[in-house]
Ligand binder design. Structure first.
Ligand SMILES: *Cc1c(COP(=O)(O)O)cnc(C)c1O
Length: 406
């Protein structure tokens, strides 16, 4: 049975929306004289105390989301950490300066010289770049596994010194879904930690229910949702991992500005509503794309043709609104560029998760270690924003007609 877009992506929204609107609001401490709805913005470096004893009493509180010094986090950062831990379903989160830093800090925290890190081939490109340029320099072995193989086959890529498997589901640009529960079982049998870049799955995939050890979020994308900042979050699920992660973050001087944290907390209040509207719209547009004679393939996990679709149906409570369309031969890359440049409502740009629609030519931009079977011809990635769905379809339709149907 084929579900409608509304049915496919509206399963988990209600609980998520309530959580997002009510978490960290401090409604229990509303003043007799009245209080603002939102917490204030706190800017600061030094924290001062009434006595030496009071200052000494803060020893060990770096693990407690307490404000001790500006470079270790502000009240706004710590509030956001609690809300992200709730959304991700873990015990503790560390907010960091960007989504990329959310990928690099745990690599530095959990790997040492002589260890091996196994990454999925479809991992976010700059994570690969950091692994190659920095982790290797410090004596960590790096290798990759293809994004479209089974967990049984992934086993063959594990080495005696493998300490971390870093995966992403769905994969960047090609959207292969991974069986995270089976992968975490395999990892734990070999005493390996499983890292997941869960940016696409924010609010719709609970990493720790599936055995993930470290979950990464680029809050730059859907978390903040307004394309006006960069921010990241790393979430773990036990005290031992939390202490390793927190110690490394502090040692690196890794921190996020209070303004970015405040704005992201505000953005998160509407995440449920944005995801619901944008993902339904995206699936309608993906289905429209699938029917176009020039399109070979649409890479969207909620479509039955996507790699791992059955796992997506089993494990996710919804979808995000970014996906890739692959064009048939003989459509050339130049024609796709011409088509993209005719679009009125899609801005040309990287990133995604904001309120606005975006288009990105992905042909040739994705660096892979294994042959990429999914993007055979020219392709572009679409991010669907909050515009009217029919307007976006009309926009695509007109530029298709003007480019290769006239
Ligand atoms: C964008 C992105 C990142 C990096 O986030 P920035 O804040 O841009 O550094 C990491 N992982 C994924 C999957 C992303 O899409």
């Amino acid at each position: 049975m084929n579900l409608t877009p509304e049915e496919t992506v509206s399963i988990g929204w209600k609980a998520l929306s309530t959580l997002l609107v009510t978490s960290g609001r401090h409604t229990e401490s509303v003043s007799e004289k009245g209080s603002f709805v939102n917490d204030p913005l706190h800017r600061g470096s030094t924290v001062i105390y009434p006595s030496v004893a009071a200052m000494r009493n803060t020893a060990g509180q770096q693990y407690e989301h307490q404000t001790l010094y500006g470079a270790m986090g502000s009240p706004n950062q710590h509030e956001l950490e609690k809300v992200i831990a709730l959304i991700e379903g873990g015990s503790h989160s560390q907010i960091v300066s960007s989504g990329l830093t959310a990928c690099t800090v745990p690599l530095l925290a959990f790997l040492s010289a002589g260890d091996h890190c196994l990454l999925i081939d479809s991992i976010y490109g700059p994570t690969k770049r950091f692994s190659e340029k920095v982790m290797k320099k410090f004596g960590v072995e790096i290798s990759y596994y293809p994004a479209d193989i089974s967990v049984d086959e992934i086993k063959n890529y594990i080495q005696p010194n493998t300490k971390v498997i870093f995966t992403e589901s769905p994969g960047s640009h090609t959207f292969e879904i991974q069986d995270i529960s089976a992968l975490s079982k395999l990892a734990h049998q070999h005493d390996i930690k499983l890292f997941l870049d869960n940016t696409w799955g924010i609010g719709v995939f609970k990493p720790f229910d599936h055995g993930v050890d470290v979950s990464v979020q680029a809050l730059t994308k859907y978390g903040n949702g307004h394309s006006d900042l960069v921010l990241g979050a790393i979430t773990v699920n036990n005290d031992a991992d939390w202490h390793i992660l927190r110690d490394t973050s502090i040692a690196l001087g890794e921190v996020a500005g209070p303004d970015a944290c405040w704005l992201t907390l505000r953005g998160l209040r509407t995440l449920g509503a944005r995801l619901e509207k944008q993902s339904i719209s995206a699936l309608k547009i993906a289905q429209w794309c699938q029917e176009q004679p020039e399109i070979e393939r649409v890479l969207h996990p909620a479509l039955p043709s996507c790699h791992g679709h059955e796992i997506w149906k089993r494990d996710f409570t919804g979808a995000s609104s970014v996906f890739t369309i692959v064009f048939k031969q003989p459509i050339t890359t130049q024609q796709v560029i011409d088509m993209i440049e005719k679009l009125k409502f899609f801005s040309i740009g990287a990133s995604w998760g904001g309120y606005e629609s975006l288009v990105l030519l992905t042909d040739g931009e994705i660096y892979r270690n294994f042959p990429n079977k999914l993007i055979s011809g020219s392709a572009c990635r679409l991010h669907i924003g909050l515009e009217n769905t029919e307007d976006l379809i009309t926009d695509l339709n007109y530029s298709f007609i003007a480019t290769w149907r006239s």
